[in-house]
Ligand binder design. Structure first.
Ligand code: NAI
Length: 536
């Protein structure tokens, strides 16, 4: 990966350039309500290949950006842009240059949590969509907010603040107004965004997979989610830093971000038909500038100490059931991670398609990594790994991510629920506790549809034999309902809880555990967002 080494730009959050990277070329015209063909570029009102109209006005001229290391930090925060004009008012000849950008750090915090990005491979994640006109976006890396409050992870839509509403910054209000305006047109915004991006910057096409699937909007979705939560600085920053680090493996460079920003604003300008105006544009410019600067800085810092990806050779492939394989990899250089985390994996058979899998063992002295992979219907990567991969094959791994790790500062007991292949990170957690030598009680509930689906029960029972503090409870559907089976044991209210498995299991498990009195900040699990979107 090339480093974002250009140093000519300013901070992007300091407002030194009157609004970050975006400098509108001309005064906005009639915005998205302008009819195709009436734009400033006659004869160029359709995007080749997609048939989509070009944006009705030119959005922004972009300049290169620098890295965090190369820029002085702003001495003082610039004020947030005032809301100068209600959306309903007619447009004026107000200056189009964006006002100075407020540093993200200065935004008042909101209580609403940022949901994580998708983690696991699911059928929908690999649904073949041959007819799709544009490529899949690089999947954003999952963020790792700490701790993962259970209620923060399960809401299917951006949640309302659980506590009294925190002040909303003017930019956040404008951003949310735009998002509300887009409403049901999100799919069109996505298509238009990618059409714009690849028409204007065909060189970026190679960063995306050849085939497009239903996850093509991951990049845009991540950006919109981040923008919506721009006020929630602590969580957002961690989310974006993870996203920036994770994007190194796609070949993303700092110079790509302005191109994405242009396409984003172009798509928003077209579909936020009733609210897009100078103020909205300025707010989005500042917001996107802040977002992308955090990502760029995190990538630049990460570049100093970690590769963009690791090569890893398959050293063993154990088919445990007709559709589940336990795969062991040897990375080409040390791969540091924590038990409970996950990585992204790309196979040679589906270039640039990355899927997430949890480490199925704690870090080992020999450096080998193991994964449990279930081939799911239409799952390109999972089917390749289960049915095609063999020892000697080489895959690529992205950086580790995730915060479902053991808190070794307490000696609370651990209550672990692993459903199906979700047992993989639970096994890693058990090994982690064992290695720390603590005598903490650990109860593992291992749920499966049938006895046959308890493909790793022998391993878990061997661990139980070795460790007196470990109890393993296999739960097969039918006899007892999983995860309600935990209610028959306990008490659990002084335990830390860890859940891993299908999203429905996590949702009902979180509910059950909260009803038992375990506070949300002691219930940890990985993201549900993508699976929620898939309608699980
Ligand atoms: N392979 C990996 O490294 C990891 C995989 N995962 C996720 O774990 C899941 C594993 O899928 P499968 O093995 O097919 O599991 P599965 O569908 O066979 O279900 C496993 C257990 O969860 C229960 N369950 C499923 N849906 C439920 C619901 N709505 N409410 C209550 N209980 C429910 C089932 O009854 C069963 O006991 C996938 O979604 C995968 O993305 C999670 C973490 C790591």
């Amino acid at each position: 990966m090339d480093a974002p080494t250009t140093t000519s730009a300013g901070n992007g959050t300091s407002g030194e350039n009157g609004g970050g990277w975006f400098k509108p070329r001309r005064k906005p015209g009639a915005g998205s309500q302008q009819a195709p063909g009436q734009g400033s570029d006659p004869g160029q009102d359709r995007i080749p290949g997609s048939g989509a109209p070009r944006p009705s006005r030119s959005v922004s001229a972009i300049r290169p950006v620098g890295t965090g290391a190369s820029r002085p930090q702003p001495a003082a925060p610039a004020p947030a842009a005032p809301v100068r004009r209600p959306a309903a008012e007619p447009r004026t000849d107000a200056p189009t240059t964006a006002p100075p950008a407020p540093p993200v750090a200065e935004a008042p915090l909101r209580q609403a949590p940022l949901r994580e990005t998708p983690l696991r491979e699911t059928p929908v994640a690999e649904a073949p969509v041959a007819e799709a006109p544009a490529p899949e976006a690089p999947a954003p890396e999952a963020p790792a907010p700490q701790p993962q409050a259970a209620e923060a992870q399960t809401a299917p839509a951006p949640p309302a603040p659980a506590e009294p509403a925190a002040p909303v910054s003017p930019d956040a209000a404008l951003v949310r107004r735009t998002l509300a305006d887009i409403g049901d047109d999100a799919g069109k915004v996505t298509s238009y965004f990618y059409a714009l991006l690849f028409t204007r910057h065909p060189e970026l096409r190679a960063l995306f997979p050849a085939a497009m699937d239903t996850q093509r909007d991951r990049l845009l979705k991540a950006l919109l989610t981040a923008a919506e939560h721009i006020d929630n600085k602590p969580v957002l920053t961690e989310y974006l830093r993870n996203l920036g680090r994770g994007h190194r493996k796609y070949g993303t460079q700092a110079s790509h971000y302005p191109a994405v920003g242009e396409a984003l604003l172009g798509a928003l300008a077209r579909y936020a038909t009733t609210t897009w105006d100078d103020e909205a544009e300025a707010a989005w410019i500042r917001t996107y500038t802040a977002i992308s600067q955090i990502m760029i800085d995190a990538a630049a810092e990460n570049e100093l100490r970690a590769p963009a990806w690791w090569q890893a050779e398959v050293v063993s492939h154990d088919l445990r059931t007709p559709d589940i394989a336990v795969i062991t990899l040897r990375p080409d250089q040390p791969y540091p991670f924590l038990a409970g985390q996950y990585t992204s994996l790309e196979t040679p058979w589906w270039p640039r398609i990355w899927r997430h899998y949890s480490f199925a063992a704690a870090p080992r002295p020999d450096g080998l990594l193991s994964f449990h992979v279930k081939a799911v219907p239409a799952g390109w990567v999972s089917n390749a790994l289960v049915h095609r991969a063999r020892p000697g094959d080489t895959v690529r791994l992205g950086p580790p991510a995730g915060s479902m790790t053991v808190d070794h500062t307490t000696d609370n007991g651990l209550l672990c629920l692993g459903g199906g292949t979700g047992i993989a990170p639970i096994k890693a957690l058990v090994e982690d506790v064992a290695e720390h030598g603590a005598r903490r009680p650990v109860d593992v509930f291992y749920g499966a549809r049938t006895d046959y689906d308890l493909y790793d029960i022998d391993t878990m029972l061997r661990l139980q034999q070795s460790h007196s503090w470990l109890s393993v409870h296999p739960i097969v559907d039918g006899r007892t309902q999983f995860p309600d089976a935990v209610l028959e044991h306990g008490p659990w209210n002084s335990h830390d809880a860890y859940l891993s498995g299908p999203p429905g299991m996590i949702r009902s498990g979180v509910d059950a555990l909260r009803n038992l009195g375990i506070p949300g900040d002691r219930i940890r699990h990985d993201s549900l967002e993508e699976l929620v979107a898939a309608g699980d």
